[in-house]
Design a protein around this ligand. Sequence first.
Ligand SMILES: [Fe+2]
Length: 156
Amino acid sequence: MEQFVWTDDLNLGIDIIDAQHRRIVDYIAEIGQAIEQQDAALVFDVMERLKDYTLDHFSFEEQLMQKAGYVLCEAHQAKHRRFEDKVERLSDSLRQGDDPFGVARRIRNTLMAWLIQHIKHEDIDYVPVVKKVLAKEQSWISGALNRIFNGGVTQS
Ligand SMILES: [Fe+2]
């Protein structure tokens, strides 16, 4: 059975990133609720929030990897761009009038599967180097969070 909820094995052990990943999973779960309730407006609404938040999260993660001097940063960024393309195509398909619940199921299934494998196989790899930078760059982190998320996210 496919998974659409947060489970502890998705934790990287970096609270600030785990909280952001968890929020993306919450959006995906909300898409599931929109399908259950057959609420098309909610599908559109969640899709917009999911897209905006994911872009901000990637931006934060990429700046953090750069700051940390993570060697696979560019390859990782390329993965993010491909995911953004996926999200963009799904969003276009919604806007073009495709069945919103069909698109919603694709959003839920493909995005969740991608996210799980990305966290477990790619994000996990930057953990040691990013942990080091987090320990000594607290003011840079706060500044980056405010800049990227417009102060709309907490560090917990
Ligand atoms: Fe990532």
